[in-house]
Design a binder for this molecule. Sequence first.
Ligand code: PEP
Length: 262
Amino acid sequence: HHPERSTVWVGPAEKQVPIGPETFTFIAGPCAVETPQQTLEAAEMAKAAGATLLRGGAFKPRTSPYAFQGLGVRGLEILADVREVTGLPVVTEVVDARDVAVVAEHADMLQIGTRNAANFGLLQAVGESGKPVLLKRGMTATIEEWLMAAEYIAQRGNLDVVMCERGIRTFEPATRNTLDISAVPVIQATSHLPVIVDPSHAAGRKDLVVPLSRAAIAVGADGIIVDVHPEPETALCDGPQALLGNDLRALATAVRQLPAAV
Ligand code: PEP
C-alpha cells in the first residue's frame, strides 16, 4: 500500500545521506574494523572515491568460530571516531539482539547480515531501534522470504529499510555466491523499499567487483556497498575481495559516469 518508491535517509539531521530512487548511493569501507589507523585509511580511500557512507564490521559473523570475530564495542568506538574525522555516517552489522542498543548508540544505520536474515528476534529488535536498517538477503532466501524479513522490521514500526542483494548460494563455485541481479528490478516492482547491491560479498573476488558494480548501476540499483582496505593482503577478513588503487579508481569512474549513461 505504498505507491511510490521510498527514500531512506541515513545520518544526523544536518548531513543526512539519501538512499532511494533520486540518487545512486556509494557505500564503502573495510570488511572488518581492525585498528583505528586501518579504519581511517580505508574511510579516506572510500571518501576520495566518492563514497558518502562508511561501512565497517565491528561484530563479524564468521563461518568459522576460529576466524577473527571483530573488535566488538571497541570497533564501534573506532567507527564513531572515524565518522568524526571524515564526516561519513556509519553502517555496521549487529548480530545479536542484546547488542542492538549499543550498536544504535554508535552507528547511523544497522546492518543485518545474510546469516541473520531469518533471525526474527533480531529483526524485531532492529525494528524497534529507531535507526535505518540495511537488510542483506539471506544466502538461501527467496525474494519473498527476504521481503518477509523486511516485514518483521516494518511490523515493529520501522519503515526505514534498505534491501541489499549480496549473492545467493547456487551450484556455481567460480564465485563465492551468485549475484542475483534480477532481484533488483523484482524488488523494485514488488516493494517501495530501496535496493542496493554488494558486489564484494557476492563475488568474493576483487576482479569482479567493478563489473558487478556496473551491472548494479545498469539494472537500476539505488546504490552499492563495497569493501576497501589499505592493505588487502594483511586484512583479517575477506582481503581477496577488497579494493584499492586502480580498482577503486575504476569503480569511482563507473559510479560517476554510468548512471547518466543508462
Ligand atoms: C558484511 O557485509 O560484512 C558481511 C559479512 O556481509 P554478508 O552478511 O552479506 O556476508
